[in-house]
Design a protein around this ligand. Sequence first.
Ligand SMILES: Cc1ncc(COP(=O)(O)O)c(C=O)c1O
Length: 398
Amino acid sequence: MEKLAIHGGEPVRKEKIFYGKQWVTEEDIEAVAAVLRSDYVTCGPKVSEAERLLEKYTGAKHAVVVSNGTAALHCACIAAGVGHGDEVITTPLTFAASANCALYCGATPVFADVDMETYNIDPESIRAHITDKTKAVVAVDFTGQAVKLKEIKKICEEHGLILIEDAAHSIGTKYDGKYVGSIADITTFSFHPVKTVTCGEGGAVLTNDDELYKKIVLAHTHGITHEDELFEDAPHEGPWYYEEISLGYNYRLTDIQSAMLISQMGRIEQYKARRQEIVKRYDEAFKDVPGIIVQKEIPESDTCRHLYIIRLDLDKLTCTRREFFDAMSAEHVQCQVHYVPVYWFPHYRRLGYEKGLCPNAEEVYKGIMSIPLYPKMTDADVEDTIHAVKKIAAYYIK
Ligand SMILES: Cc1ncc(COP(=O)(O)O)c(C=O)c1O
C-alpha cells in the first residue's frame, strides 16, 4: 500500500495540476495584436466573422456573439419571451447562471431532477414539472454530454415550450450526428477559459429561427436598431437616426475577443480529439476501480467533454468526499466540484427553495469531483492523475 501524501508520503507529482486550463498559442496572440493595430477594437469586422464561423461550424442558421455565457442565457430567455409569472425548468446540477437567467426576467426557475447515471436532466422529470405557467426549458449539456435532445424536444413541442440548450460545456459535441448549436430552439455557448475554446470571457447565442434571431440581436445591444424596416416612428430624421424598440443590454463581444475566438476555433477539432483521448484513457483506467463510479454516456452523444467527473461510491469507501478531495490535493492533483445544487445557495433559500427538491442531484453531488481534463495535458499528467485516484481509492476501500 502506497503511503498517501496527506499522511506524509511522496506526492505522485511535484507540480500541482489543475482541473482545467486554457491553451493559448502564438497565433491567438498575433490575431489579437492585429486587431489592436486596426481601426476597430469593437463593433468591427471580427465580430461578424466570428458569428459566421460559428454558424458554419455548428450548422446553425444564426449566431450572435455576446460578452459571456450568462449574457447568452439572458438573451435567450428574453428572446423566448420569458417574463414575470412564467416558470422555466432547469437542472440543479449546473452553474447558477442556468437558473439565474430566469430570475433576471422576473420568472421562477423550477428544478427538475437528473438521471443517476449521466447526471443530465431527466426528460421525465421535466415532464412532471410542467404547469400552465411553464414557458421554457433550459437543458444543460452537463460536462459536455448532450442531453436527450430528441425526448426533450418532443416534450417541448407537445407543450409549446421553447427549448434553450445551455451548451456552455458542449461546443464541439454532436448529437445524432449534428453539432450542438443547430438542434434546440436556442443554444448558448460560453468561452470562459476552462471551456473548450476561449476568448477570455465570451459567449454566443445560436438559433435557426429568424424571429428569435431578431430578438437576440436586439437584446444584446440595447434593443436599438439602425434598420429602417424595424423603425416604428417613420419617416426618420436623417442618417444619424436609430431607435430603441425594446429593452436591451450591452452584451456585445469586442473585436479583440472575437479575433481570439476565431483563432481558437481553428483548433477546436484538435482540442476535441485530445479531450476524447484523455476521457477514453480515464474511462478505461477507472472502470474497474472499486469505490469509483464513471459517468455514463448515451450513444447519441459524440461528446467533446469539458469536465471529467469521478463519483465516489461512499458506501464502499471509509473516507468522506472531503477527505478524498484533500488527499488528491496533497498528491498535487487539484480537483474541483461541479456543482453545488443551485437551489441550496442562500439566495435561492431566501426565495423559498428547500433542500430535498431533487434527490438524485443531491445524491450525485455528495460523491462527485472533477479531475484534470484539458487538451494541453501531457500523457504523464494523465497517468499521474490516474495514479493519484487509484492510490487514494485503494487506501480508503473498505
Ligand atoms: C453550465 C453553464 N452555464 C452557463 C455558464 C455561464 O458562462 P459564463 O461564465 O461565460 O458567463 C457556465 C459557466 O461556467 C456554465 O458552466
